[in-house]
Design a protein around this ligand. Structure first.
Ligand SMILES: *Cc1c(COP(=O)(O)O)cnc(C)c1O
Length: 391
């Protein structure tokens, strides 16, 4: 590990294989995965449909570059645009890159409307990635530390407060970029109607509504996009994480009106949407449909939240159990950064965000038994860590 730049605090375990919602170490010990590679492996580990598609494509054609037409990429664009209610797609390799594309698109749109320094409205606590543009959009001062100068052109407002955005009076605003549910800052769900309010506001002011669905998208919250819960269609939406079930792929989807400002030569990437990644994503979309996974996520999420709420009822220190579909947060009143390590000893993989929130983003394919085990495991762990030692 000394040969790695120490950007991560890693847990002391390495997995050698996975099946469904389970990961196994070299000793064959199983761990129930409540994280899914951080909301990535929505179909579970080593899903046979994705494995077969990737293996076949790897033996056929992996990469040709965007100098040429890529039929698999075109197919994927059509499928995603139909699902998101937009018209066209740009493919890249990660969530940060998808957001960079969205930011560049918004700036171009502003520039053609005559803005010298177009600005994008973003939210406190928002997370959009670690590249400089996406980092500047990210509302976490800690993540900015030591990386000045960051790109300008972002106006930050409190999350979930549409009024705060309505009150902005700046003729150079070109877009609003937010997550439908904030993931990294602790599964923060905005008030009902927030996205609808943003939609009306953007329509009235001629701004682009850009949703970062890198974490919430691809079925995680019980719908393909979280925006569907409010019947909202964004002008631009970014996807990544679960899109390839672990194969790196990101997408920036946009309406024709928004996308037309990015003509030939305006943006690009070498790998983006190559045949291998596109094939993996097509297999993901097929499986999402054939296994009815968004609906499964809605049901599983409901039952896990219920079980968590029942099991944690009356436990001092538990502030909130919340979530949508299989994006679940359990907020407590103290720092629990050590919890993932303790969970590992119990054969459970979970994650803590925002310091005080247990985040569960398991595969959408959890069996009933996995669901119960996950909820009961978290309850037992939290009870043990929050309740004073039994006398
Ligand atoms: C993870 C995440 C990103 C960044 O994605 P990377 O693939 O790590 O670059 C951006 N936005 C949201 C909402 C995320 O959860």
């Amino acid at each position: 590990m000394d040969a790695l730049i120490p950007t991560y605090n890693r847990l002391p375990v390495a997995f050698t294989c996975g099946r469904g919602a389970w990961l196994f170490d070299a000793q064959g010990r199983g761990y129930l995965d409540g994280v899914a590679g951080i909301a990535v492996c929505n179909l579970g580990h080593a899903h046979p449909a994705v494995a077969a598609a990737v293996a076949e494509q790897a033996q056929t054609l992996v990469h040709t570059s965007n100098l040429f037409r890529i039929p698999l990429q075109e197919q994927l664009a059509e499928r995603l645009c139909a699902a998101a209610g937009v018209d066209s797609a740009f493919f890249c390799n990660s969530g940060a890159e998808a957001n960079e594309a969205a930011i560049k698109l918004a700036r171009r749109d502003g520039a053609r409307k005559g803005m010298a320094k177009p600005k994008i409205v973003v939210a406190e606590g928002g997370f959009h990635g670690r590249t400089l543009g996406a980092l500047a959009a990210t509302g976490n001062p800690q993540a900015h530390e030591g990386f000045a100068p960051l790109p300008e052109g972002f106006l930050r407002v409190p999350y979930g407060d549409a009024e705060a955005i309505a009150a902005l009076d700046d003729p150079e605003i070109c877009a609003v970029l937010v997550e439908p549910i904030q993931g990294e800052s602790g599964v923060r769900i905005p008030p009902a109607g927030y996205l609808q309010q943003l939609r009306s506001l953007c329509d009235a002011r001629g701004w682009l509504l850009m949703l970062d669905e890198v974490q919430t998208g691809v079925g995680r919250t019980g719908r393909f996009l979280a925006a569907e819960h409010e019947g909202v269609r964004p002008d631009v939406v970014t996807l990544a994480k679960a899109l390839g079930n672990g194969l790196p792929i990101g997408a920036c989807l946009a309406t024709a009106a928004a996308a037309e400002c990015l003509g030939p030569g305006s943006h690009g990437t070498t790998y983006g949407g190559n045949p291998l990644a596109a094939r993996a994503a097509l297999a993901v979309l097929d499986t999402l449909e054939s296994e009815n996974l968004p609906a499964m996520a809605a049901g599983a999420g409901e039952s896990i939240r219920q079980r968590l709420a029942d099991g944690l009822d009356g436990v001092a220190g538990v502030v909130d159990v919340r979530g949508r579909g299989l994006m679940i947060g359990v907020e407590v009143d103290r720092d629990i950064a050590h919890l993932p390590r303790a969970a590992l000893d119990e054969g459970l993989i979970l994650n803590v965000t925002g310091g005080r929130v247990v985040r569960l983003v398991p595969p959408l394919t959890l069996t009933d038994d996995d669901q119960q085990r996950l909820a009961d495991g978290v309850v037992a762990l939290l009870r043990r860590h929050l309740e004073p030692a039994a006398a």
